[in-house]
Design a protein around this ligand. Sequence first.
Ligand code: FAD
Length: 471
Amino acid sequence: MANEVQQFDVVVIGGGPGGYAAALYAAAAGLSVGLVERDKVGGTCLHRGCVPAKEFLETAHVRRTIEHAAEFGINTKGVSVDFAVSQARKNEIVDRLHKGLSGLLKGRKITVFEGTARLDADQTVNVIDGTDAGVVAKGTNVILASGSVPRTLPGFDVDGTVVVTSDEFLDLSVLPATAAVIGGGAIGCEFASMLADMGTEVTILEGLPTILAGCDAEVVSVMQRAFKKRGIAVRAGVTVTGHTPGKGGTTIQVEGGDDVKVDMVVLSVGRRARTEGLLGEGTGVEINERGFVVADSYQRTANANVFAVGDVVANSPQLAHVGFAEAIVAIKTILGEPVVPVDYDRVPWAIYSNPEVAFCGLTEAAAKEKGYDVVVKKDPFGGNSRAQIIGETDGVVKIVAEKRADGTAGQILGVHMAGPWVTEQLGAGYFAVNWEATAEEAAALIQPHPSLSETFGETLLALAGRGLHVG
Ligand code: FAD
């Protein structure tokens, strides 16, 4: 006998940040919601991404702090690392957050189905395996939020010990003595930074001309200098062709350059959409040539009743908080409420390396490419009193503004930061860019003293024409 069809206002496929945010927001609006998750709600972000990676980076931070304790007159006797403890701590945090999220979904009366979902015609979602195999859930609207998985490289088969992606890396209980991180993007730089702080000898191998491509050039050079100072070897503009496993490690071949011999290769070369088996016949949803779901700025796919949010969406920046924002756009669109689409050029970016990187809006180069005349001001963290107090003075704040006809700085186009705790300071820069504030408007706001955020304030004052410390 065919299974009875369960009807919902919204059926969500995938319980990561995009999917669970869509489910929670829809339920908060009084809609009935079914959510299908094949693994664990929380998705990549909670189980294999943001949260585990930041726990490891915090472990690295603790070690760094202890190593510098003597500068503060605090004497500690040698530092030893038991990484398995950090791994266990990470798992506890993830479990707690997972329980919290599961409880939240239950509390909002969201029906969670366990299994792999396939969208078929007429917004019908079939659960094809798992505990709830056979369930048929029909949504007035469906949201695709199946996320992404790590990409791999030809010639580098992932074995979980010598060659790992972020998935395996974040489950390690022992760190390698030497490692090559292939890919110097946000995740690659976080991993390299964390490994170096924990005592691993690290080489970053990047195909593009620089690490952190897409970041402002000033930020990139701060990071390159800081990495060099900490002994991280950065080889950019190189092509890796394969590797030859040997005793306890492997040797990576680099085209036209020296080989790199390491204990572990960490692949960090981007993420592909998880769309295999997601769509049955007649869904009307378009998938692009790279395998991502095509959606408009209201997150609507080529089928007007099917939306897509998060990493699975073509051109979405693959950030958890962008998934949240897209989820809200999708649900408000379903509700027929007015909503401003997510502007991918103005979302906040945060990289939790040492030093940290945070930015929002156009880089100087991108602003010029778009035809803007710009005024640019920057202030290094070296003169910031709080930075000196905490002993972390590497970094810079740079602000890019549109140049008015009289040569003064007008609307703020981009805020770029590298330095201590900048991921926690970007909020003000994000507001400035998204509120389309001018330099004078933003400069009139007072920053507390002594605080790291004064460097942002100083840069704004200079941008508005007269800095206290910055010319
Ligand atoms: P996912 O989180 O991938 O969730 C998709 C879910 O759908 C999964 O749970 C999957 O099991 C499920 N699923 C897939 N297909 C089906 C199906 N057919 N049926 C049922 N269920 C299905 N972002 C940040 O903003 N900040 C960070 O600091 C950050 N750090 C990161 C660090 C690392 C190492 C990594 C890998 C990523 C990081 N990210 C970070 C990115 C962030 O994790 C992703 O942008 C985010 O998880 C995407 O959310 P999503 O809901 O689109 O997809």
